[in-house]
Design a protein around this ligand. Structure first.
Ligand code: F6R
Length: 620
């Protein structure tokens, strides 16, 4: 048996093998989900249950494990992103139960943990950590002790009392043959190997051991036992179907491939990821765009009264570009909603609405909840996801994967450009069906999409120049990013990239909004990144740049090659190739990604794992 389990107080599972140990890649591959503490529990062949855990990254756990008794042929492990309780040794997972007979790792949030904890305390239980997860392991122990049932049954009964989100894995003293796992809202897969099983929050972390996966469903409990076939039951104790799916992913996609950081690798991958994204979807001879998710539901799209994009973070920025694309090409009114707001504000959703859920990971809790809400209201839900087989991809009626490969750097880069690429294809496909796009414009944009990989190669050539610029601006404490039209969301995205990895405060604004307040911030210490590529507001943006300059602000302008007008007013320029206006965000975002990257590197930040963040936000 080899098990990998991972967590991000979430959970990441880990190895249990006689030959493989903590230095194995499984838990490292889950570190993108959380990295403030880590731990492992192993059940020895003689039945002892050992838990080792500490604050810090998986590499700190590896040092901590040196010289420890790591015997055991089953185990669970976890890397945490704190929700309840600060990152420290006590709050790290796995958590022992009171008697130390059971150990558990948990990804998610137990919302009613307070009530459960009070009840357990009244029954004499004490707690070593501030986590909600420790409450769950004690609840399982309490159920087992009071009813005398088996561990899987105790897990089932305990979970029936739980409100919240979880992916858990549980082992117990004296049983080195069995792991019990369960999920509700947080992701979990069982990898089925040859005489071995793996358990993880993310199939990619165990792909080197197997391509065969069972996606554990919501409200299901998996019992992995050396002496019995894999069994999955529901919380109501009915047998669930075991459906093994193949996942093809190459290991090289999960490695840095010679780059110092995943983020830089992913920025440089963009010419290729765009090829993968448009492959088979645009006919190079006729420029015709075909998305099966649209073809299969043509009437829904043709008759849609409204499209609502729901997303978070970078995916929300991409959605703002989607709004512009769909409104102008398809003539359908669009709204863009933060998924976290949408789900709680009782939105008006009608049956002829289409809700487009945009998510790189396909696991973002708020976006998933928005999808569920939209489906309940009878809307048609279309997913734009990257991770194949992810929860959002499975919960939607139809969709289009962006196919950019695993994105491991916490800051999203290639997923953003992939999302906008898919949205452009979606708008063209729907616009043609609705007859709202002219032949000439359709052909112009689809031809530009076909040439996008070369354009991305071209724009990447600015990297050395952007690296030099970054050196000059590493001192700054604040930045403003300006853009208009299609590039207003690009400005928001540029600012987000900078703040999340360099910790420099940055704001994005529509350029014309400056005069309504933010211009008061401008002085020599506050650089402005202004996107001034050719479009119908170019002249106005050029004037905004002059206004900033007149107030002593330093300007870095992203301009079209050969543009002399803005070059004269800007302090520094980054020249980019020009393609169809609606695709410019894809091109312009590249130097902004690089600027954020190099500034963060010069500031000595952990680019791939910035503080306080996690790649996949599976909690609310
Ligand atoms: C920023 C970033 C986040 C994500 C957001 C949504 O670089 O990565 O803002 O975009 O957490 O994640 P997904 O797209 O996985 O739903």
């Amino acid at each position: 048996f080899f098990f990998f389990f991972n967590d991000t107080a979430t959970t990441e599972i880990y190895t249990l093998s006689l030959h493989r140990r903590s230095s194995d890649l499984g838990l490292h591959r889950l570190e993108y989900r959380g990295y403030d503490s880590a731990g492992v529990a192993l059940v020895n062949p003689d039945g002892r249950l050992n838990v080792f855990k500490c604050k810090g990254k998986v590499s700190d756990l590896e040092h901590f494990l040196d010289g420890k008794d790591l015997g055991g042929n089953i185990g669970i492990a976890h890397t945490r992103w704190a929700t309840h309780g600060v990152p420290n040794d006590a709050n790290a997972h796995p958590h022992y139960s009171e008697s130390e007979n059971i150990a558990l790792i948990h990804n998610g949030i137990i919302e009613n943990y307070r009530v459960l904890k009070d009840a357990l305390e009244q029954n004499g239980y004490t707690f070593r950590s501030s986590t909600d997860s420790e409450v769950l392991v004690n609840l399982i122990e309490y159920v087992r002790a009071t009813s005398g049932c088996s561990l899987p049954e105790a897990v089932r009964q305990a979970l029936r009392q739980v409100i919240g989100a979880y992916a858990i894995a549980v082992v117990e003293k004296g049983n080195h043959d069995r792991i019990v796992a369960a999920r509700q809202s947080s992701p979990m897969v069982v990898g089925v190997g040859d005489g071995e099983f793996f358990l993880s929050s993310d199939a990619a972390s165990i792909i080197e051991y197997t391509e065969d996966f069972v996606y554990v469903g919501d409200g299901e409990i998996a019992v992995i036992d050396r002496n019995a076939p894999l069994k999955i039951v529901t919380l109501d104790n009915h047998d669930a179907k075991i459906d093994i799916k193949k996942l093809q992913l190459s290991i090289s996609q999960l490695e840095k491939g010679g780059y110092p950081h995943f983020m830089l690798k992913e920025i440089y991958e963009q010419p290729r990821t765009i090829v993968d994204c448009i492959r088979g979807r645009i006919n190079p001879d006729t420029c015709e765009v075909k998305l099966s998710g649209v073809i299969d539901h043509r009437d829904r799209f043709v008759n849609a009264r409204r499209i609502i994009f729901v997303a978070c973070g970078t995916s929300w920025h991409a959605s703002l570009i989607g709004e512009h694309l769909v409104e102008s090409i398809c003539g359908i009114p669009v709204e863009v909603e933060y998924a976290s707001e949408f789900r709680y504000r009782n939105p008006i959703i009608r049956e002829d609405d289409i809700v487009v859920a945009v998510s790189q990971s396909g696991e973002t809790a708020d976006t998933l909840a928005a999808v569920e809400l939209a489906r309940k209201a009878g809307a048609f839900v279309f997913g734009i996801c990257n991770v194949v087989g992810s929860s959002i991809a499975r919960a939607t009626d139809s969709g289009a994967y962006i196919h950019v490969g695993p994105e491991i750097g916490v800051a999203s880069t290639k997923a953003f450009t992939g999302q906008v690429t898919v949205m452009a294809m979606l708008a063209l496909a729907v616009g043609r069906e609705r007859g709202t796009v002219t032949e000439a414009y359709y052909n112009e944009v689809s031809a530009a999409l076909l040439h996008l990989p070369e354009t991305m190669e071209e724009v990447l050539k600015v990297a050395p120049q952007v690296a030099d610029l970054a050196k000059i601006f590493t001192y700054a404490h604040n930045f403003i990013y300006l853009g208009r039209g299609y590039n207003y969301p690009t400005a928001l995205e540029g600012a987000l990239k900078l703040k999340e990895i360099s910790y420099i405060h940055a704001e994005g604004y529509p350029a014309a909004e400056m005069k309504h307040g933010p211009i008061a911030l401008i002085d020599a210490e506050m650089p402005t990144v202004a996107i001034a590529t050719p479009d119908h507001t170019y002249e106005k943006t050029a004037s905004n740049i002059e206004e900033i300059k007149a107030r002593g602000g330093k300007i870095i302008a992203v301009i079209a090659r050969g543009d002399e007008q803005v070059r004269r007013s800007a302090d520094f320029v980054i020249e980019v190739p020009v393609i169809a206006e609606c695709l410019m965000p894809i091109v312009v975002s590249v130097p902004l990604q690089l600027l954020a990257y190099y500034i963060a590197v010069y500031k000595g930040r952990n680019v791939d794992q910035p503080r306080n963040l996690a790649k996949s936000v599976t909690v609310e």
